[in-house]
Design a protein. Structure first.
Lengths: 158, 202
């Protein structure tokens, strides 16, 4: 009968944490694989609109990003609150877009150039005037494949 | 000297190191949004080229003003009704003889489009229109095309058009790609996406 009496001591046994590192490593690997490092530090507000007729952009290395929106609060003193374009890490003017496209093309292998596309990440509150100007510049630079990056959801949420 | 076993490495702090890395990746992660509405811009044309003559009834005008209101074919419309209106226009098929549309299921209203291959949607924005409205309108118009294409693809091949496209773009797809492309083109040509955008007026 003494078999059953052994555990009668009052203290709770400590929880075994030996597998904790394994769990953490598992999470770590998940995030390492899922992570895409942000290429550009955003200096603008960038709330994307909702849409549900979306297509996926694969081959990230073939996408050029153009951001547009109001400067974020800490840049507003310097750059005002009017919507602006951001290319790479700095604010840019409409006329810089062509140059940007050409520079991006230079960095890509020649046979991949026809597959390049431009993703427009534009804040919902931007006026179409600016977006049209961007599109006009893209037409001049013959970068005709574009993609309006959106979040997935009903348009009613816009 | 007798052989000694190597002392065991203390792994007690491994969890801490792993946590540190984990937190770093957690903070830097942005699950990137890389989906969106794909469009193709028209190439710049010579000023001298005369635009082709298009019958007024084959054009579906959508105008968005600076207050983000919609004017569709001279009538004020809510965004929620746009998709159906665009579908009705595209699928009308009032054409006779050579222009007849055998697969259209529309009302055949003589005042509306002759054939989906002739029907053009024209979108005019104001410079003050908000981007969110523009994207909503684009989305609804693309949805109208997709729904009609889905219907025809379902009828001909028993599969949604959007599903066919997804399969075609999937690098792991094992089936017959050439045949799929042919089928996609066939559906595409039944309802070609003719969406023209004018440069915005002030």
């Amino acid at each position: 009968m003494s078999k059953f009496k052994k555990k009668k001591s009052g203290d709770l046994p400590a929880v075994n944490t030996a597998s904790l590192p394994d769990i953490v490593f598992m999470l770590l690997f998940f995030f390492m694989v899922a992570t895409v490092m942000r290429q550009n530090t955003l200096m603008i507000e960038n709330k994307l609109p909702f849409a549900d007729q979306v297509e996926k952009l694969d081959r990230k290395e073939l996408v050029m990003y153009i951001y547009a929106g109001k400067p974020s609060p800490r840049y507003q003193q310097k750059f005002g609150s009017e919507a602006r374009i951001q290319l790479n890490d700095k604010f840019a003017d409409v006329k810089d877009i062509q140059q940007f496209i050409y520079a991006e093309r230079e960095t890509k292998r020649e046979e991949l150039i026809p597959y390049l596309s431009t993703a427009l990440k534009v804040d919902v509150e931007t006026n179409m005037g600016l977006v049209s100007d961007i599109k006009q510049e893209l037409r001049k630079a013959e970068a005709l494949k574009i993609n309006y990056t959106t979040r997935i959801g009903e348009v009613a949420k816009n | 000297m007798a052989k000694r076993s190597a002392p065991e490495v203390n792994a007690g702090s491994m969890a801490d190191i792993a946590f540190l890395l984990l937190i770093f990746f957690l903070v830097t992660t942005t699950i990137e949004t890389d989906r969106g509405i794909s469009r193709k811009l028209p190439p710049i044309q010579d000023e001298n080229v005369e635009p082709p003559v298009i019958k007024q009834k084959n054009i579906f005008t959508v105008i968005v003003n600076r207050n983000n209101d919609l004017l569709v074919e001279d009538q004020v419309m809510q965004l929620s009704e746009l998709r159906q209106a665009a579908k009705d226009f595209l699928d009308n098929g009032a054409g006779q003889g050579e222009e007849a549309c055998s697969y259209c299921k529309g009302a055949k209203d003589p005042a509306s489009s002759d054939n989906p291959t002739k029907a053009i949607i024209s979108l005019v924005n104001d410079r003050q229109t908000e981007y969110r409205t523009y994207i909503s309108v684009q989305n609804e118009l693309v949805a109208a095309y997709n729904e009609l294409r889905n219907r025809e693809a379902q009828r001909l091949f028993g599969m949604d058009y959007t599903e066919m496209e997804a399969k075609y773009n999937d690098p792991n797809f094992t089936g017959n790609k050439d045949k799929l492309e042919e089928q996609i083109d066939q559906v595409k040509n039944m309802y070609p996406q003719k969406l023209s955008e004018a440069e915005p007026k002030n």
